[in-house]
Design a protein around this ligand. Sequence first.
Ligand code: SAM
Length: 410
Amino acid sequence: MPISALKEQYEAYPYPSRDPAEEAKRLVTGTPSSLEEVEHYLFAGQLPKRTLRLLSAGGGTGDAIIQMAQEAKDKGLEVELTHLDLSSASQTIAKARAQARGLTINFVQDSLLNAPNYGLFDYIDCCGVLHHLDVPEDGLKALEQALAPDGGMGIMVYAPLGRTGVYTLQAALRRLIPADTAPAEKVKIARKLLAELPATNWFKRNPFMNDHNVSDAGLYDLLLHSQDRAYDVPQFVAFMASAGLEVVEFVEPIKYDPATWIKHPDLLSRLPADRLARYALAEELSGSFFKHIAYVTRSGRGTTIAALTPESVPYFHYFDGTAIGKKLTPGQNLTGQLAGLNVNFALPRRAGAILQRVDGSRSWRAIHADLSTSLGRDAPAWETFWDEDVADLYAKLNGINVLLLKKPTI
Ligand SMILES: C[S@@+](CC[C@H](N)C(=O)[O-])C[C@H]1O[C@@H](n2cnc3c(N)ncnc32)[C@H](O)[C@@H]1O
């Protein structure tokens, strides 16, 4: 699709649909647009001590840039923020949102193919954009060229299995609606078709897709987009490699662990040794992933994830773990929804007591010391605390992206 057609779509339907008046009521938050995650996944638990240059590439109506700007303001971080998008209608909304919050953002109306003209950036957020480009590899390469030497990116692209039925319905709509039909008319016709779809239709049977129920912009983006593609894990990895990038981690990590979806010991003994092959298997097993969110860096940089060490400092990420810790009884499981399923995770017996001591300033070692003071003889030995309690609790809560790590401040 020519870039002009893509621009036309997002001029008619800025995405996602947002009302700047809502800024007074709530901050829209999400992944990969949080500086806390950027610090954890890309800067080993400590953001560089310099003015951070942050780019939202194809930033749309502003969710990512507003979240990053607000977090930086709240944490007193020095940042320079750039919102780059083709669509002036989207930028008008993003600007009004920034104004409502008193945030300073540099708005550039241009293609992300020109991102290097505005770089270098410490972090580039590119959420739901690359899969719409004519040649996604060209877009990714441009972003890589705009990246600072130690910078990283957060990328979201669609995944195929959870979008089952979307592409056939897009094709059906293309057969029914001439390409030159006005966008609003296309939406009307699409709504007529949605109302009549037979129960056997795969889109109708897909429980994961909801955008079309939220707004016309959502419907357009999901079903009338003339250009989008989806990537499974191996395709995503190859896509990143095409620009000399590699996956640091997919979020939420626990979704990418096959042991989340299957339990039989014989099956678990057969899991592939290679990490990315296990991730690919988890996607095939779950069947529900409709997008991938991953943090990526230039290949060969080694791990940039904050290390789980006794001196690292755990903190809750958009999660009231203290309140949950107070309510948890020993042996109680954590329940919730993960990738379309109700899940039930066993937690270590002392999870509640540990969670109540996570405050964003105590290290694991300090949490253990505090636990020992309060529990006396009932306190776990350090080895038990570390090898059993912390290992398990961290795998689960970091796995669902609610517990992150910082390096200690010296
Ligand atoms: C699906 S929206 C995603 C918006 C935002 N990233 C989010 O997740 O909320 C895609 C956005 O990418 C923009 N876009 C598409 N191709 C682009 C390009 N080549 N350069 C810059 N922006 C582009 C569109 O204008 C649109 O605002």
